[in-house]
Design a protein around this ligand. Sequence first.
Ligand code: SF4
Length: 338
Amino acid sequence: MKKHVNIPIFIPFYGCPNACVFCNQVKITGKPSFEKQSVIKDIDAALSTVDNNNQEAELAFFGGSFTALPEKEMLALLEISDRYIAAGKISCVRVSTRPDAISERILGVLADHGVKTVELGIQSFSDRVLAASNRGHNALTSENACNAVKAFGLKLIGQMMIGLPFSTPEDEIYTAERICGLKADGARVYPTVVFPDTALMRMKNGGIYSPLSTEDAITRTSDVLDVFARHSVPVIRIGLCANETLSDNRYHDNYHPSIGELAMSRLYLKSMRRLLSEAKDIKGKEACFTVAKGRISQAIGQKRSNAVLLKEEYKFTRLSVIESPELNGYEITLKINP
Ligand code: SF4
């Protein structure tokens, strides 16, 4: 089977009629504006690194709200992708957009142009949080949009945020549960980052919003990962991708480049603790956890933090983590040796 690669084309603010309090798309993507003419150049540059024999490329229009573009512009972009599909250079297209920019007619246009996946910026299923974030739509709009995407036979990716204004950990768990309940094929989870020149920064400076501490972001993100794992909904991204702007902390307040790894490790720590609490008479023995392939470092934790903590807590003579192809996702087993 060919390996899947994404070719992301960012369209910051372009097509977005809204001003969510947290959004400064120019800063997030590092691009001041979108130039349609550069799309072909960007695609060609990305395709030159794709190995056609072993890789299958998908074009992804990310960044703004694709289906809120003026229709002429949206079609112009889709016609570009049509040409690459016809030439066999890309297999399909994915777009990200707002729930209130979805309609049956729009979904029909997307499906006719090779779009197979729609990513919806749901952010929260709490109307209180959506209003405080100035999203411009409510939870029912998101629910209807999710149902419409699925009814069209397209893949649905639900994007949600952690730590939005007035959002509680319960709101976030509820949001993850709703995304799973609406049969999403995947999710993205973004802890809120406070950028300058945003309403959120002004809310923070005015004392009506407190950014998440790293510790809170890790805990709350790991709690929603737990929900997605229980429903077998893959989380395809946690936290904003690092770029030049994000690596410069003049541009944000609370961005942590490893938030995804830290949250996944926290979820493992929780699972390990649960298994250990169910086991009897284990102090002073040897513990061996087994996890899915490629997950050992997440289970052990950054700088072996999970392993060190549990070894000390249970006075284990040794704590090891091995992998097995028989386990999936966050599945984990424990064996205690004398
Ligand atoms: S809908 Fe998306 S692009 Fe538009 S303001 Fe909100 S976060 Fe930014």
